[in-house]
Design a protein around this ligand. Structure first.
Ligand code: NAD
Length: 356
C-alpha cells in the first residue's frame, strides 16, 4: 500500500549516520571529519568505563571526560558540564550512552553551539531529534532548536548488547511509541510514515531474537536500525496523547521514562484507533489484531511491565494525573475526553488490556 498524501511538507535534518558492529572505532576519524581536534567525552557514572574507551580511541583528540550525565537533564548539571567544556577548550562533544547522556550533549550544544557526535547505547531515539528536555525546580520543559540536533550518529551494536534485557524491552517500546504516534501526526509526510512502518517492523522482527539471545549482534543491529527510524520520526513530526501522558506521569509522579512508555503505548493506541483506524492499520498489519491489543500482546510476549502500579504509581494519584494530562493537551486525533483518559489510566494502572 502506498503512503502517498496529496498535501504535505517534509523536512529532514542534515545528519551523518554510520552503522555497524565496531563502528565506534571510527570515532577519531569522525572528530577530524568535523574539523575538530578537542573532544569532550560524555557518559553517565555507570558508563564511565565506556567513556574511557572512547577517550582512548580518540587519543590526543580527546581533552577530557565528563561522567555525570543524569536522567532528565538537570539544568545545574548542564551548566556545569558546559562550563567544563569551555574551560577545557573543547571543540566538540562525544556523547556515549542513552537518552540522558545524549540530552547532556544537546544541552552543552545549546549553550555553546559545539558539534555533537552521539553514540547511542539504548533505543530512546534522542540522537535523531532537535528536541531537548531539561529539568529545573522539579519541572521538565522541552525546546526544539536546530542547535541541539546532533551532527553525527554512530550506531554500534556491540555497545547496545550490554543493555540489560528488561531495559532493552522498555527502551524498544519507548522507540516504537515515536513511530506509532508518527502514523497519525498532523504534520506527517509519506517519508515519516515509511520510516515509522519500517521502524515498527524492525522491532517486531528483531526484538524477539534479542530476547532469545541478547548477544545476537545482527538482531541488536536491527533493533538499532529501528531506533534510528523511530527517533527520526520523532524528530520530524509532532507527538500526541501518548507522549503527553508519559510526560505528565514522568514529570509529576517521577515514574521511570522507558517503563512508562512501555505501559501506556497500548492504551494510547486503543484510545486513538477509534478515531483513525486507517492510519493505525499498519500496527495491525505488523503485530496482528486491533492496534491497542496488538501492542499489548507484543509487550506481554516481550515481558514488558504492564501495570503503572508496579512502577510506583499510586491509585490515589490517578485523578490528579487525568487532570494534569488533559490540561494544555497536545493535538490529538481523538478529542481528549477527561472521563475516557481517566478510564485509560485506571486500566494502565491495573495492567488490564486496553479498552479496544
Ligand atoms: P538513560 O540514558 O537514562 O539510561 C538509563 C541507564 O542505563 C543509565 O544508567 C545508563 O548509563 C545505562 N545504560 C545505557 N545504555 C546501556 C548499555 N548499553 N549497557 C548498560 N547500561 C546502559 O535511559 P534512556 O531511556 O535511554 O533515556 C531516557 C531519557 O532520554 C529521558 O530523560 C528522556 O526524556 C530522554 N529522551 C529524549 C528524547 C529527545 O528527543 N529529546 C527522546 C527520547 C528520550
Amino acid at each position: 500500500m502506498s503512503h502517498f498524501q496529496d498535501n504535505f511538507t517534509a523536512q529532514s535534518a542534515a545528519v551523518r549516520v554510520r552503522f555497524g558492529a565496531g563502528v565506534r572505532k571510527a570515532v577519531a576519524e569522525e572528530v577530524q571529519a568535523l574539523g575538530c581536534s578537542r573532544a569532550l567525552i560524555l557518559s553517565t557514572p555507570q558508563q564511565a568505563t565506556t567513556a574511557q574507551e572512547f577517550a582512548d580511541l580518540c587519543g590526543p583528540l580527546a581533552v577530557g571526560i565528563y561522567t555525570n550525565a543524569t536522567m532528565h537533564t538537570p539544568v545545574a548539571i548542564s551548566d556545569e558540564a558546559a562550563a567544563h567544556a569551555v574551560k577545557l577548550g573543547a571543540d566538540c562533544v562525544v556523547a556515549v550512552g542513552g537518552g540522558s547522556t545524549t540530552g547532556l550533549g544537546k544541552a552543552i550544544a545549546y549553550r555553546t553551539d559545539l558539534p555533537q557526535i552521539v553514540v547511542p547505547t539504548t533505543y530512546a531515539g534522542s540522537e535523531a531529534t532537535p528536541i531537548l528536555g531539561q529539568t529545573e525546580h522539579g519541572r521538565k520543559t522541552t525546546l526544539t532548536s536546530a542547535k541541539v540536533q546532533p551532527e553525527v550518529i554512530l550506531y554500534d551494536a556491540e555497545l547496545v548488547k550490554t543493555l540489560p534485557v528488561a531495559m532493552t524491552v522498555t527502551s524498544a517500546l519507548n522507540a516504537m511509541a515515536h513511530a506509532a504516534e508518527g502514523l497519525y501526526a498532523q504534520n506527517r509526510s509519506p517519508i515519516s510514515t515509511l520510516m515509522a512502518v519500517e521502524g515498527l517492523q524492525a522491532f517486531k522482527d528483531a526484538l524477539p531474537k534479542v530476547m532469545a539471545n541478547p548477544g545476537d549482534l545482527t538482531a541488536r543491529g536491527e533493533t538499532l536500525y529501528g531506533a534510528w527510524l523511530c527517533g527520526t520520526v520523532l524528530g520530524q513530526v509532532g507527538m500526541a496523547l501518548h507522549h503527553k501522558l508519559c510526560h505528565t506521569l514522568g514529570g509529576a509522579f517521577d515514574l521511570p521514562h522507558a517503563e512508562t512508555h512501555a505501559i501506556i503505548l497500548a492504551h494510547a493506541m486503543a484510545y486513538n484507533a477509534v478515531a483513525v483506524p486507517d492510519l493505525l492499520a499498519p500496527i495491525s498489519d505488523i503485530f496482528g489484531g486491533a492496534p491497542g491489543m496488538a501492542i499489548y500482546n507484543f509487550a506481554a510476549a516481550m515481558q514488558a511491565p504492564q501495570a503503572l502500579r508496579d512502577i510506583g504509581m499510586k491509585e490515589s494519584d490517578l485523578d490528579l494525573a487525568a487532570d494534569l494530562a488533559t490540561q494544555n493537551p497536545y493535538w490529538n486525533p481523538r478529542p481528549i475526553e477527561k472521563v475516557a483518559v481517566r478510564q485509560l489510566l485506571q486500566a494502565a494502572w491495573a495492567g488490564e488490556p486496553p479498552a479496544v
